[in-house]
Design a binder for this molecule. Structure first.
Ligand code: UDP
Ligand code: MG
Length: 322
């Protein structure tokens, strides 16, 4: 088969109720595209029948390719595998739950043909998310933008098109803790946005509960910023100055006014606060040390157990294992 112009990459984790509609919308999209296209599904260790359904579809639709992991490695690992295996001149990453409407891809391809290397989809509106998720996401991305020196587009997810040269660079970044949207911004090149209204999940449930969201947010910040490590220096300075002032005050009251400061309450309160801050700072250092540890182990980011319509050359296996 000739090398396709465009590869669509879709991570799949327990998407059984979505797959029939997804496939319908994708085949409609394939019919509307005037360029050769492949669809790479990455089954991220689904516990339902997602893989069986995809395998069946791939047997009748030649553009479909399926990679299936040996277990659940996570959304970002699934995206990474899809991008590693995609052969297109441009690669589009999108969620499988139809929150990233396939039709937007048409507009992305137009922009890519105009010469842009990255076309990310920016949410104009967002439906079907809890108020809590909306507000925490808004705060996180603004804090993130303020902390990291690279320019990250606000209100975007992983839904984006990348040109061949961006994909080549992305494949070279084998970080164990991955925040792909940040990595794409870091790579640079000519980037632009298309706008879309993000609908609610078509069916099924989100696989991003609060704990996973927090972990993902910490991955994002630690991948791109060491500012949290400097926090203890700043707090140390602040506390030192405060301590100095309190010492002067205590000495003056004792030596000048012969009035010993009553102490128990103050000591207990200060001790609790200071030890809490210390543990917190050790925790922050731990987050970075842990990531260094995971990185030096050099484990593969994912392990592929099965494929359909996709040949894994040795070179490709190595890429996952780098
Ligand atoms: N996903 C995945 N592995 C996981 C969790 C999610 O491949 O461990 C996929 C999922 O199938 C979907 C996409 O990542 O295509 C986004 O997940 P989800 O819709 O649950 O997240 P949300 O949109 O609620 O942030
Ligand atoms: Mg979703």
């Amino acid at each position: 088969m000739p090398r396709p112009a465009v590869s669509l990459v879709l991570p799949i984790y327990n998407e059984e109720p979505v797959i029939p509609e997804l496939s319908k919308r994708l085949t409609e999209l394939l019919a509307r595209l005037d360029v050769e296209t492949e669809v790479v599904f990455v089954n991220d260790g689904s516990r339902d029948r997602s893989f069986e359904m995809l395998r069946e579809l791939a047997h009748s639709i030649p553009q479909y390719r399926v990679l299936s992991f040996s277990r659940n490695f996570g959304h970002q690992a699934a995206i990474t595998a899809g991008v590693d295996y995609a052969t297109g001149e441009a690669v589009v990453v999108m969620d499988a739950d139809l929150q990233d409407p396939p039709e937007v891809v048409l507009e992305m391809i137009e922009r890519w043909k105009e010469g842009f290397d990255v076309v990310y989809a920016k949410r104009r509106s967002r439906q079907g998310e809890s108020f809590f998720k909306l507000i925490t996401a808004k705060i996180f991305y603004r804090v993130f933008a303020a902390m990291v020196p690279i320019e990250v587009p606000l209100d975007t997810g992983d839904f984006r098109l990348m040109s061949r040269r961006v994909v080549r660079e992305l494949r070279g970044l084998r970080e164990a803790h991955r925040f792909v949207r940040g990595m794409v911004s870091w790579i640079g090149f000519k980037q632009t946005a298309v706008y879309y209204d993000r609908p609610a999940r078509f069916a099924g449930e989100t696989s991003y509960p609060l704990t996973k969201m927090i972990r993902f947010a910490i991955d994002g910040i630690t991948s791109f910023s060491v500012t949290p490590l400097r926090l203890s220096t700043y707090i140390g300075f602040g506390m030192g100055l405060f301590g100095l002032a309190v010492a002067v005050w205590a000495l003056v009251s004792k030596l000048v006014f012969h009035d010993t400061v009553q102490g128990w309450t103050a000591v207990v309160v200060l001790l609790s606060i200071v030890s809490a801050v210390q543990f917190l700072m050790i925790g922050i250092v731990g987050e970075y040390v842990g990531r260094v540890y995971e990185q030096v182990k050099q484990r593969p980011i994912y392990i592929v157990a099965d494929t359909v319509n996709a040949e894994l050359g040795d070179e490709r296996n190595e890429r996952g294992n780098r």
